[in-house]
Design a protein around this ligand. Structure first.
Ligand SMILES: *Cc1c(COP(=O)(O)O)cnc(C)c1O
Length: 411
């Protein structure tokens, strides 16, 4: 019989979202008349904007005619999309990228997982805690770790706690690491790293020959002018960082699927014999062999996100979500609840009142306010005592949820 990949058995059961569903179902079965509001989701809810839809339709129509039909495209993505990305997403930040450094993909989850292919298993990896679970689990699957301990920490990974005490910005690891995952603006904490904080990481990476995987899936939600949108705004980052971006949250592409990854040509690793080798070359090779490109109409739609019209429309949707975030953050703060995030990200990370555990607060919020959120402990041990509310909902629901919470805890 064929042997399975035993690394998969080290994974802890996907417990968080099934457990939330189970508790919500038990509640709604017992209270069929309660109007439950879900602010737990990490998915967008507003439809695609008109300029994007138009380009998407045109892309499909191109496929209907012999003269404009497109079959396989370049595995790395169409250069016209990479040019738009370089021009519209990076140049205004003062960052010059070549199209050969930008790889179009079907989304960031896949990119962050696939990236591990081009790194030796012997590399030491550091990840935040709490964290987007994909970073942790993909390292387990590929065989970089031992088993998890009772806290849920895997042997071999360096965890960097992000708590109120360090303003949700991890401290530099005490031991030498080779790969560091950073996510800013952050899911789940909703906080964003400043230029000075990112500079510390870039300096650390350069001094230690480490590489930063920088997940900027939420950069479009940044509202404060001094928060960097790209790690390449920090001098020297092209020599030590890979940036991952997605159209999912920016433009409502969670069901459309498109993202991109930047692997600068200056980014080098070493071979077994100690020679320098380009990660850009490796990633290009990997992409050619294992990917056949994001679909043509999807790339057309993605390019339209960066048209003047598309960007203005997308910005309106982002503003809508960020107004939700403001309503949640200010409403809960007035109710005496300590809130973080919600300024440069569509998530509010609140401190559970009266020192309640994350799950106790979940139950209380569900039973007394009919509101569903996500227990912080589900994102890692350091998330215990915190709770995530998402701003991706409908305005009326957000307002109702906040007024129910204020009635309950309000002053
Ligand atoms: C939603 C999200 C992404 C985007 O994933 P896609 O696969 O592009 O939809 C990436 N990183 C984080 C932290 C996210 O929350």
């Amino acid at each position: 019989m064929a042997r399975i990949n035993d690394n998969y058995l080290k994974l802890q059961a996907g417990y968080l979202f099934p457990e939330i569903s189970r508790r919500v179902k038990a509640f709604t079965d017992a209270n069929p008349d309660a109007k439950v509001i879900r602010l737990g989701i990490g998915d967008v809810t507003r439809p695609l904007v008109p300029a994007v839809l138009k380009a998407f339709h045109e892309g499909v129509d191109d496929l209907a005619k012999g003269e404009t039909f497109h079959g396989y495209g370049p595995e790395q993505g169409y250069s016209w999309l990479a040019e738009v990305v370089a021009e519209k997403a990076y140049k205004p930040l003062g960052v010059e990228l070549k199209t050969s450094e930008i790889f179009i993909s079907d989304g960031s989850k896949c990119d962050s997982a696939n990236l591990l292919d081009i790194f030796d298993l012997g590399n030491k990896v550091a990840i935040g805690d709490p964290v987007y679970p994909v970073y942790n689990d993909t390292n387990v699957m590929i065989g970089r770790t031992g088993k998890a301990n009772e806290k849920g920490y895997y042997e071999g990974i360096v965890y960097m706690p992000c708590t109120e005490e360090n303003n949700f910005t991890p401290e530099l690891p005490k031991e030498k690491v080779d790969i560091i995952y950073l996510c800013s603006p952050n899911n789940p904490t909703g906080t964003a790293a400043s230029k000075e904080e990112l500079k510390q990481w870039v300096d650390y990476a350069r001094a230690n020959d480490a590489i930063i995987f920088f997940d900027a899936a939420y950069e479009a939600f940044i509202t404060q002018a001094d928060i960097p949108h790209s790690i390449y705004e920090i001098e020297g980052a092209k020599e030590c960082a890979i940036e991952i971006r997605s159209f999912s949250k920016t433009a409502g592409f969670t069901g459309v699927r498109c993202g991109f990854i930047v692997v600068p040509e200056a980014l080098m690793g070493t071979t077994e014999t100690g020679e320098r080798y380009s990660f850009n070359k490796l990633w290009s090779r990997r992409t050619s062999t294992k990917f056949n490109g994001a679909s043509y109409p999807v790339q057309k739609a993605a390019a339209a996100v960066y048209s003047d019209e598309g960007w203005a429309q997308v910005q309106e949707v982002i503003d809508y979500y960020m107004e939700n975030a403001r309503i949640i953050r200010e409403g809960l703060t007035e109710a005496g609840i300590t809130c973080y995030g919600g300024v440069n990200a569509p998530y509010i990370w609140l401190k559970t009142p009266e020192g309640m555990s994350s799950w106790d607060f979940f139950d209380k919020l569900l039973n007394e306010c009919f509101v569903v959120g996500t227990p912080g402990s589900g994102f890692g041990p350091s998330g215990e005592g915190y709770f995530r509310l998402s701003a991706f909902g409908d305005r009326e629901n957000v307002e109702t949820a906040v007024s129910r919470i204020r009635e309950k805890w309000g002053k």
